[in-house]
Structure formats: C-alpha cells, structure tokens
Design a protein around this ligand. Structure first.
Ligand SMILES: [Zn+2]
Length: 234
C-alpha cells in the first residue's frame, strides 16, 4: 500500500477515462456519424423533391379541372349563340366566349410550365435516387467499422477495469475514499509524480525546501502538492 501503487491505480484510471473520452472521437466512429449524416441529408433532399413533385401534380390537376369547367361553359355559350337572333345578344355571347378563350390560354400556358417543371423535378429525383444505394452501403459499412473499433475499445476498458479492481483491493476504504474524492476535485487526477521540483499534476514547481522536507519523510507517508493539493509520489 505504497504511494507508488496508488500512482499505478491513478494511471489505470486515467487510461480508462481516456478510452471513454476517445470513444466518440475514434476515426471509425466519426466516419460513421458523418456517413449517417449523409444519408439523413439525402433523405431530406428526397423528401423536398417529392413534395415539389406533389405540388406540381396538384397544380396540373387543378388546372385541368378549371380548363374542363371553362370548356363546358364555352360549349353552352356556343350552343346559345346558335339560337340567338338579336345581334347585341350575339355580340355579348361572343365577347364572353372570347374572354373564356383568353382564360383558357392562360391556364394552358401555366399548365405547360408546371409540366416542364414536373418533368425536370422527376429527372432530378431519379438522379438523386441513383445515389441512395451507395450512400446507404457506405453508412452500413462505416457503422460496421465503428462497431469493431468500439468493441476493441470496450475490450481495452474491460481489461483495465479488471486491473483497476485488483489495484483497489490493495487499499483500505479511507484511502480509496480520499483518492476518489480527490479525483472528483482535481479533474480525474488525484495522484501525480514529483519530477525534480515540479508537480506533474499542476505543472508548477514547489520550493526546494518543501521538496527536501518531503524527501526526508518515510517512503510510505502521503504528501500533497502545496499548489494543487494532489497527492505526490516522490
Ligand atoms: Zn500540483
């Protein structure tokens, strides 16, 4: 139960902390997140394209219905025109028919434009669709690679946890409690090495006198850094 063993425990805990922290930053995991984002982006674009197609189709249908209504009205007026005798009445009917023809031609123009737009939108969706399989395959293979990388990291963590539990078994409860609370207070690092005058925990130098005093103490006595409060292994 020497300070050296506590430093060993600290190094193991630090290793476990680093493995856990690195997990989401593993290149395979990052690549998999990016590949998933590509698929999500593709899906968003496809949905927007489908919505545009549906909108144009609705526009064309509405235009066709309006055209049909105008056609019926015009047929009725043309029928009436055959039976009227008064020139003024005939003139009025012809004027109305001309107005309907004008409306119809406007509708036809708009419908043609919508049909052009629809055909372009459908072509775009087809081209977009050709990218789907590739993106999904890339995402699936990236996910598989990420799973392998994660499980390697998990295995490393599991092995380190076994080492850590064995190390903890060497210490009594008060020492472990002190160590644990210091880890919480000092960003995970409770125990640091004294390197010359420098504390490797806070990277500040202690005074020569402090260090000389520490070195005179028995090897199994705990000493703390006067700057950061971490336990020092000398
Ligand atoms: Zn320190």
């Amino acid at each position: 139960m020497t300070p050296d063993r506590l430093l060993e425990l600290q190094l193991t805990d630090t290793h476990i902390d680093q493995l856990r922290m690195r997990m989401p930053k593993l290149p395979e995991v990052v690549a998999s997140v990016a590949a998933d984002a590509d698929v999500a982006g593709w899906e968003r674009d496809a949905a927007a394209m489908r919505a545009r197609i549906a909108g144009l189709e609705a526009e064309i249908t509405a235009s066709e219905h309006a055209n049909e209504a105008i056609g019926k009205k015009r047929a009725r007026l043309e029928q009436q025109l055959k039976t009227v005798i008064a020139p003024r009445e005939a003139e009025a009917l012809m004027h109305e028919i001309a107005l309907l023809n004008g409306q119809r031609s406007e509708l036809d123009d708009a419908e043609l434009e919508a049909m052009d737009g629809l055909s372009q939108a459908e072509d775009s969706l087809t081209a977009h669709g050709q990218r789907e399989a590739g993106l999904r395959e890339a995402a699936a293979s990236a996910a598989a690679q990420a799973a392998i990388a994660r499980s390697a990291s998990d295995a490393d963590i599991a092995a380190s946890l076994v080492t850590r539990d064995a190390l903890r078994a060497e210490f009594d409860a008060p020492t472990l409690a002190r160590y644990d609370s210091m880890r919480v207070a000092h960003n995970g690092i409770a125990v640091a090495k004294l390197n010359g005058l420098r504390c490797e925990g806070c990277h500040l130098d202690l005074s020569r006198g402090e260090v000389d005093d520490m070195k005179r103490l028995p090897a199994d006595e705990w000493v703390e850094c006067s700057n950061c409060g971490r336990l020092l292994v000398r």
